[in-house]
Write a protein that binds this ligand. Sequence first.
Ligand code: C2E
Ligand code: CA
Ligand code: CA
Length: 249
Amino acid sequence: VWFQPQYDYQTKAYTGAEALVRWRHPHKGMISPGEFVPLLEHSSLITRVDRFVWEKTCRCLRAWQDAGIAVPVSVNISRMDLCQPDLPETLTELVRQNGLAPSQLRLEITESAYVDKPDRLIAQVNQLRDAGFSVEMDDFGSGYSSLNMLKDIRIDVLKLDMKFLSGGEESRGRQIVQSVVDMAHRLDMRVIAEGVETAQQARELTALGCDAMQGYYFSRPLPPEELEKILRAAGAQAPQPAPAAMMPS
Ligand code: C2E
Ligand code: CA
Ligand code: CA
């Protein structure tokens, strides 16, 4: 399990990280989840992988907390996981066993999970939030149901992937991001931009009011010990990744 940090450009602080699974194959080396997660999602095998990732993440959170490092970490929850009626209890038990507060484990649910069983998803999300977990909608805007879903479900964070805006006219992309950020804030949600690759994107997203960012510009996903190193080096305040001249005024 590797971790990609999330960064708040305004306060210059790391505000979290996302846990991303990797497969270290004995002959083929590192295999990216894009190659195997979609296959596992066809069966209940994904629930076992996800469980493994949540456990590893909680153990890391525990160790980091003991070392004085406290950032919340987001884990991916797949559609199959949401079909488990005892998901809120499972996650609550997991954080309890590791002596963590539920707010330290954030849950990313991809919006496509909404498509088949909206009622069940609404009930699950409400239960997870009642249990103290923060719920993030992953890949917001890349599917079909986002706006409808927001009407029915209370979500804490929208994750907006910059990839989905690429290829279009730049000024239209900016208007879309601005509108999404405004809407999110009106509905009391935060926005995390994902796939941020350039200083210019980071600057613009900050100017548009994006709350945090994640992407290669700040850091690639890292093994836990490397994430720990940069969090430790940053203390509460992270070093500025871009030259000062590039910051928005
Ligand atoms: P995701 O949840 O949308 O995760 C973000 C993906 O974007 C990650 O790919 C990350 O490495 C990549 N990324 C980060 N910054 C940038 C950037 O600046 N530019 C570009 N082009 N890409 C960036 P990764 O790690 O290969 O994961 C791919 C997908 O596999 C994830 O997309 C997620 O849907 C799935 N996945 C990963 N780990 C898990 C897991 O533990 N459980 C489940 N169910 N799915 C997982
Ligand atoms: Ca995700
Ligand atoms: Ca995503």
